[in-house]
Design a protein around this ligand. Sequence first.
Ligand SMILES: Nc1ncnc2c1ncn2[C@@H]1O[C@H](COP(=O)(O)OP(=O)(O)OP(=O)(O)O)[C@@H](O)[C@H]1O
Length: 258
Amino acid sequence: MSFLVAEQIEHHYFSPSSVKIALKDVSFTVNEGEFISLIGPSGCGKTTLLSIVSGLLKPTTGDVKIDGKPPESQKSSIGYMLQQDYLFPWKTIEDNTLIGLKLNGKLNRETKENAIRFLRQIGLGDVEKSYPRQLSGGMRQRAALARTMAVQPKLLLLDEPFSALDYQTKLKLEDLVFHILRSYHKTAVLVTHDIAEAISMSDRILLFATNPGRLHKIFHVPEELRNTSPFESRTKDAHHELFGTIWKELESLEKEVR
Ligand SMILES: Nc1ncnc2c1ncn2[C@@H]1O[C@H](COP(=O)(O)OP(=O)(O)OP(=O)(O)O)[C@@H](O)[C@H]1O
């Protein structure tokens, strides 16, 4: 069943001297529990689209529905992970994890216990009472994941959450997020510049073209990769084949622009 529906999205940015068409006629659906990635050249409208899906930005025309309702009415059901962790430096990891629950008025004994259990599950049990400055970048992003998951979002929007990490930490966190989102059957939309990351984490990949930003092609990730951890996926022939296909498509888009 389609959980997220985007229909004929068009978005224009206006300045005194010009109009930028950031997105043109973008339609797609995401099923419940599905993980999709948005990839494409810089400026093709990925972040604009994520802002529209989150309800932070109203499209010039077109419509988005999350679980049959407009995104503005679903804000407490949407979780974010961004490139920066945005942890509050003066709060402990535990307090940072509980912040969304507090803001949503959902902090009680049960939700607190769940959140702390999750912190322990992802290996942060020893640093619950530590402050963000005492943690490595990877641990801080894990704390950001715990804060996101604490509010039990129905939809996760992931805007390049691994791109600021060193390569090894990035692979480990991809693996963790993949397993957590699968095991909790979460619906997720990831924006990334990393084709291998998109292949190893997603069920489908939406490739966008630029000028104007538009949906160019949808790639279905083969089942043998979808049921494999990101680490292992990267070692498979099917992964390399899909990488080659998407890379060629990206190159042909670049030639179009030149
Ligand atoms: N607030 C804004 N005002 C005017 N133009 C904007 C604004 N935000 C984005 N744009 C333009 O809209 C287009 C799409 O931008 P967007 O940031 O959504 O693309 P993107 O694919 O996320 O880019 P990147 O991969 O570089 O992050 C770009 O040409 C950008 O310059």
